[in-house]
Write a protein that binds this ligand. Structure first.
Ligand SMILES: Nc1ncnc2c1ncn2[C@@H]1O[C@H](COP(=O)(O)OP(=O)(O)OP(=O)(O)O)[C@@H](O)[C@H]1O
Ligand SMILES: [Mg+2]
Length: 221
């Protein structure tokens, strides 16, 4: 269960304080698939960063399964994230010096999985994501859509409870988008919670519900 209670986030630039989230209250049940929509700059990515424990609310609270994430130290938050969260960032953020295989294996290495487990899990994900034979390539040798799928594979690798994705199908053609959505749906059916930021109605359509944001607030659920 995710509880956001009156979450505010502001950034200071010079003397000015700029409110990005102005009191977001939202409950998301385990296993739900939720789309977050809204114009550029309304605070969607900021909300995801808070849900990932990468940013703390300036005010209000984010509670995940009875744990107040805003109260954790940054190393505790990093540990929590490693165990529970998969994040597909708005820019794929793959590691250029590592192969596709190694990029996907990263979360598994961090959680000290055995070599065999890692090889099997990554091979499975490569196949599911239509990236067989791409494991040895480096990110610069991939198309935009392939990079996006690698980032998705990396987010799913550790079997997280909560998957956050920022425009995960932004640069994909319709067919690849449908494939990705099918994979998300399949993972979601296994009980995983999904929160997807999207501008795309066809992505929102496969979700259980849509949350619309405006000026750092939720205006419609
Ligand atoms: N670290 C930061 N420091 C200062 N301002 C920030 C920071 N991060 C975000 N902002 C500002 O907060 C506002 C919301 O940013 P955010 O990235 O959450 O928007 P968004 O809804 O994801 O937009 P888009 O659809 O374009 O990705 C923007 O005005 C942005 O400039
Ligand atoms: Mg954004």
């Amino acid at each position: 269960m995710i509880l956001l209670n009156d979450v505010k986030k502001s950034y200071r630039t010079g003397k000015e304080k700029h409110g990005v989230l102005n009191g977001v209250t939202l409950t998301i049940k385990e296993g739900e698939m939720v789309a977050v929509m809204g114009r550029s700059g309304v605070g969607k990515s900021t909300l995801l960063y808070i849900l990932a424990g990468l940013e703390k609310p300036s005010d209000g609270s984010f509670v995940f399964n009875d744990l107040n994430i805003g109260n954790l130290s940054s190393s505790e938050a990093a540990n929590w994230r490693k165990r529970h969260v998969g994040f597909v960032l708005q820019n794929h953020a793959l590691i250029e010096e590592k192969t596709v295989f190694e990029n996907m294996a990263l979360p598994l290495r961090y959680s000290s999985k055995s070599k065999i487990e890692i090889v099997e899990r990554v091979a499975y994900l490569l196949k599911e994501l239509g990236l067989e034979n791409q494991g040895d390539k480096y990110p610069r040798q991939l198309s935009g859509g392939q990079s996006q799928r690698v980032a998705i594979g990396r987010a799913l690798a550790n079997n997280p409870d909560l998957i956050l994705a920022d425009e995960p199908t932004g640069s994909l053609d319709e067919e690849t988008e449908a494939t990705i959505l099918n994979i998300f749906k399949k993972v979601n059916k296994q009980g995983k919670t999904f929160i997807l930021v999207t501008h795309d109605e066809s992505v929102a359509k496969v979700c259980d519900r849509t949350v619309k944001m405006k000026d750092g607030l939720i205006i419609e659920i």
